[in-house]
Ligand binder design. Structure first.
Ligand code: CU
Length: 116
């Protein structure tokens, strides 16, 4: 009974050893695209991202007040506290322009993601 157990265990280790190096590049994330909020405006107001790819946005709120980063087009609605940062994943997006806004300061907090 011992022999079959050993022979089953070995292929599992062999597979794991093969899978780990292959998995590493997929786990490595690209650097996030940063959007700063300052004086209730987005800087930059337009950010370019690669199309057809999952992208992480880093929203860096430098105002003391909280903001809600919202976009129906990007399927995002997420609050970032005053002097806080948050990350949100978007896409993969087809090439195009995807507006977003800050719902708490909608008059000035307007922006767009350009996927190309
Ligand atoms: Cu909202």
């Amino acid at each position: 009974m011992r022999r079959p157990l050993v022979s089953l265990a070995l292929p599992a280790f062999a597979l794991l050893a093969l899978a780990l190096p292959l998995a590493t590049p997929a786990l490595a994330e690209d650097a996030p695209v940063t959007i700063v909020i300052k004086d209730h405006r987005f800087e930059p107001a337009e950010v370019k991202v690669p199309a057809n790819k999952r992208v992480t946005l880093l929203v860096d709120n430098q105002d003391v007040t909280s903001e809600e980063f919202e976009s129906a087009e990007l399927k995002v609605e997420k609050i970032v506290g005053g002097r806080k940062q948050m990350k949100v994943a978007i896409g993969p997006l087809k090439p195009g322009r995807y507006p977003f806004f800050g719902e708490f300061h909608e008059a000035t907090a307007q922006g767009a993601v350009l996927a190309e």
